[in-house]
Design a protein around this ligand. Sequence first.
Ligand SMILES: [Zn+2]
Length: 610
Amino acid sequence: MNQLIDFSKLNLNQMELMFANVKEEIKNTINQIAQTEDLNLSYEICFNKLLVTMNKVELQIYVFEIGKYHPNQEIRKKSNYLRKELSLFINNQLRREDINRKIQSYFYNKYSFEKQNLTEEQVAHVEKTIKEISYMGLTNQLIQDIDLKITNLKYKYYNNLESIPITIELNPDELEGCDQTFKKKRLILSISVFNHIMKYCEVRETRKKVYLKYFEDINLNSIILEEIINLRTQKANLLGFYSYSDLILDKTIAKNKFEVKNFLDKIFNKYNPQESIREIKSYLPTNFKLELWDLRFYAEKIKSEQTNFKLKEIESMLDFESVIKGIIKICKDLYGYEINEIVSPNLVYNSDVKLYSVINQGKILGYFYLDIKLKEYKIPGARVVCLTNKSELNLPIGLLVCNFTSKLLFDNVITLFHEFGHMIHFLSGKRLIPMNSMLTVPKDFVETPSKLFEMWAYSEYGLRQIVKSEYITNTDFSKLSFKLLSHHKILFPIEYSIYLMKAFIDLDLHSNKRIVHKEALKHYNKIFYLIESTPKEINILGAWPHIVGGYGSEFYSYLWSEFNAKRIYEKFKSRENDKKVGQAYIDLLLSKGSLMDFNEQINLFLNLKI
Ligand SMILES: [Zn+2]
């Protein structure tokens, strides 16, 4: 347990000191490579020493990552600053011309002799690095300048999102239809609060106000994103590609933009939102002008009418504690993972954060922090963050962050399952070099384990685990699961269409189609929703951290992953607690990191006779 940070001793001086030490250690290791004669270069010198140094410093620098969520504002500020500085420093060091010359010299002279003695992972590490150097233009000054500009813009965009929480002041009568706990004057518009208002608020004016506020363009973030997209295109062109999507999609399961476009078209045809919109319109007076903030409200009304079921019914049977307890039980039944809370106030950075160890067959697999309560300073949305990677030296440590109000919504339950799906993937990895770990699997696979685990929240077995104890004996879980699934399926294309529309816009913007974003949104509103107007204040590019971060031209990955998750779930259907299936899933799909052919492995799993 000595690898976990003691937060009681954390202060700004200590962080500065850590930062200086880490920089020194990295620089020394890199200098050693530079100073070695070409004749004496080896895997040990060019690669392994740096890996070991990075593993060592990882244990210190994860504080800069987790510090973003610290209740102390000074520590948050410092963490953000040091994290950015460190990533720029590491980038500069790794891109040094002299270092890359040494690595190339090793590759072309000594590597073929050493290769037979290297492990599969080490070979992959060397070859991926060489590919990056030549292909990504690591040593090309022009590209380095572009990358630096992109990094700075990215932080600017994130800072805008983080420093200005989206809040709105509403009177209780403006929130008619919403849960009691939402009826305070000032509301933080987290994604689940936003969804709740869109689905249940009877006051149309409020839905409009909230919708516009949610998509407000903070500090003209959309302009920053457009700059980023232009720079990405320039970079791709410099590397000989027509567009950024041509450069990026090469590394995915889909392989190219035509395949992605085909896939999105297929989904669009299968789950055509226009039919759902027509259904909603037929429910309304003929002269009613349907707007974007009406869609989910009326969809929800129709859903409850047709199924005679409201999500409130299930929500009243759950609380956060029962859901988390249930998920932990599922992990034990299905994967044999024992998840235990470590109660030690010094080891968590906030009193409402929990720390867990995960044990598999008597051995510690790793640790994770769970931080789910709503805070104004948290970046919107939920995520799993890798704090340390599994390696010869370290166990993996992860952080699961959400932003939930005290009132549990069924949306939150789905989010928790989703994020635990990521966490299980992260902790189940067997790779020892980060370049081969779960973090580097193709984007169109990353969301598969999380989308898959969501399905447990709808299953009879899953529901039985997550309800509060007083509901276990008298509930018909089979009926409950059926109702939930029916509710989920009705007008489903409306929920899908939001992802689909964003995926099309993302692909267009990164494929040199150069549709100005407002035009793109208008264009897709017509195609998807039969809605003519797009209020000029709406600007989805202003609050879209995914495509600023790692999902540029890969936003389709959510749908691609979901499609594969549905196929994989077939194997688990009615066997949601079957350890044999769970083990096979971990062995074939989760433990191998990025070193596998994804389509092949999925098919192998689907064809297993178990
Ligand atoms: Zn996810």
